[in-house]
Design a protein around this ligand. Sequence first.
Ligand code: SAM
Length: 289
Amino acid sequence: MRKHSLLDATKDAMKKFNIKASKKYGQNFLVDRTVLERIVDTSSIDAESMVLEIGPGLGTMTRLLCERAGKVLAVEIDKDLIEPLNINMSGYNNFKLINADIMKLNLKKLFYENFGEKKIKVVANLPYYITSPIIMKLLEEGTNLDTITIMVQKEVAQRITASPGNKDYGVLTLSVQYYAIPEMVHIVPPEAFMPMPAVDSAVVHLKIREKPPVSLTNETLFFQVIKAAFNQRRKTLLNALKGSHIKLDKDDIEEVLSQCGIDTKRRGETLSMDEFAELSNKISYFLKK
Ligand code: SAM
């Protein structure tokens, strides 16, 4: 007998609970069992794992997470999905659901209240309208994070995993790679979702670093320099920094770049994270003079 497909199960659940996929909340439900299993396999959760799922939707992935993990906390913004989720998940006593916007939650408090001091794995098929803000919130505010395994637009996955000199290399690349080691694991076609998104997707696995890969005198300035360098991508580093909020005149910038051994004609997109670190450390020294 043909196995009841995830597509049929999703259609049935939507009919039963009178749910229409909400565009506003970026609802593209995963309906491919192989892809679903691959994401959960990639997250390598086991019976000890504490898992946060962002946007459980109808609970398709949530069920598999609950079968494998010690505890699953799910945060879902859409109040219309809360009752269906609670019904669908009623057989699992390691499941907890919070109806909230993940962007509005205090993650330190949320994690401490639900997981104590334990390491946390995030697994999610992220809503595409808000992917980068969610990733950056997790990285900047999330304590005790171990790994983040997420479905994102392929284009975002390419930006996260890019190398210097590549057109996708930019602020998101450096911001994510400062906190984590990323890996693009699978490309996923639109057919894996219902409704189908207009673009390809990809599963990205982030291993959170124990400590940053560069040593900085001023972390805020490091990110200011990066943002300034990519603000006008076509400009040389010299011109991009000159036109930025960083209060250095042209001679000072030339001096700093020369001390770092960076040609003034180079563009920001060619600099490695190490070079940005050295540059911002030198700028910090210059600003204090
Ligand atoms: N996990 C489900 C699946 O794979 O079928 C649904 C994934 S769907 C791409 C994104 C989910 O995130 C939806 O359930 C949506 O309602 C939820 N969502 C959107 N914005 C959110 C937010 N700010 N906070 C929490 N959940 C959100």
